[in-house]
Ligand binder design. Structure first.
Ligand SMILES: C[S@@+](CC[C@H](N)C(=O)[O-])C[C@H]1O[C@@H](n2cnc3c(N)ncnc32)[C@H](O)[C@@H]1O
Length: 340
């Protein structure tokens, strides 16, 4: 019996891993249908739920049953389903919501890109390019609806990690902070909100900064310039701190060095760059970095999660030196640099 259990265990563990793609799709569908929002008011039966969501009752029941099996929903009184704390993260609102990522990762276009991982591993070409003829960010420019959920998730994910960044670093010695590739301004808003005398520059693609709602929501827009442009060409010149958060991971080494060099071009003494990224841990160490690295392989040519040594080399190539590596209580690390 003992031998049988130990030999079957790796196989069943592997089957669970293999079938995880169906879990991703089931979570995507639950997010898309808005089941967690629908259950916010309390437990619902399948008849009521399927009518509200315009879904086929038997198929919806099977989806709910599967997701209840992994703790997303639980059985309530009289054949109803109710939300669990895990299921609440699929609600549209709330600080812990991951719904926008569920909408994005399982959507048809990204899904077909993930399906090209084999060719990506054989050739190094991103799955997105193989599936759609262009890397992620170009594709998003051309598909505003998908871009909306992606950009909302970028802001939401930032919201969930901002406090850890603002707590880990002293921004008080700066006058103007520029956030390069700052998305819709979630991180910059958090920094400016904590430091009332600080001014900010939000810099990203024009189509992205057009939706810079977080600056309004936190009341800091009056202290902030919003600039659309291409970070590979040039970045605004008036900052004494350049934040580059989760941007170099989407770049090739040559592009990343260019972005850093464009910041370094404005850096007189006392000015700093603060790269906020995940850092690749030693092989075999758990954590989100390795999965993100595969996401980067699939999404953008040359995108990757880098080791500390790789960042040090990139900084040097851009005429910067990496002075400090500061951990945060989020998956991000702060890499502070000054002119070499
Ligand atoms: C992974 S997102 C990170 C966003 C934000 N910094 C954060 O942490 O949530 C990368 C950002 O880089 C921006 N980006 C990509 N290419 C760019 C370019 N050439 N010029 C300016 N921004 C760019 C994207 O629009 C996107 O907002």
């Amino acid at each position: 019996m003992q031998t049988k259990a130990t030999t079957s265990e790796p196989a069943s563990q592997m089957l669970s891993l293999l079938n995880a793609c169906l879990t991703t799709q089931a979570l995507h569908v639950a997010a898309r249908l808005g089941i967690a929002d629908e259950l916010k008011a309390g437990p619902r039966g399948i008849a009521e739920l399927s009518a509200a969501l315009d879904a086929q009752p038997d198929a919806l029941d099977r989806l709910m049953r599967m997701l209840a099996g992994i703790g997303v929903f639980s059985a309530g009184e009289g054949g109803t389903y109710q939300l669990t704390p895990l299921g609440e993260t699929l609600q549209t609102d709330g600080p812990k919501s991951v719904r926008d990522w569920a909408l994005y990762i399982g959507a048809a276009a990204p899904w077909s890109a993930w399906g090209h991982l084999y060719e990506s591993v054989k050739t190094g070409t991103p799955g997105f390019v193989l599936a759609h003829g262009m890397p992620t960010y170009d594709f998003l420019e051309a598909h505003p609806e998908l871009a909306a959920s992606f950009n909302r998730w970028m802001s939401k994910q930032s919201d969930q990690q901002n406090a850890a960044i603002v707590d880990a670093y002293d921004f008080s010695k700066f006058q103007v902070v520029a956030d390069i590739g700052g998305g819709q301004g979630s991180t910059l808003a958090a920094v400016l909100a904590r430091y009332p005398s600080l001014r900010g520059i939000l810099f990203d693609k024009p189509s992205v900064v057009a939706g810079s709602a977080p600056l309004d929501a936190s009341g800091v827009r009056v202290r902030c310039d919003v600039v659309g442009g291409d970070m590979l060409e040039a970045v605004p010149g008036d900052a004494d701190l350049y934040i580059i958060k989760r941007v170099l991971m989407i770049c090739s080494d040559a592009e990343a060095a260019r972005v850093l060099r464009n910041c370094a071009a404005h850096m007189r003494s006392g000015r700093k760059v603060l790269v906020v990224e995940m850092v690749m841990p030693p092989v075999g160490e758990p954590g989100p970095a390795t999965t993100f690295d595969i996401l980067m392989l699939l999404a953008n040519k040359g995108g990757r999660i880098r080791t500390e040594a790789e960042f040090r080399a990139l900084f040097a190539e851009a005429g910067l030196k990496l002075d400090r590596v500061i951990p945060t209580r989020s998956p991000n690390v702060l890499l502070e640099g000054t002119p070499a």
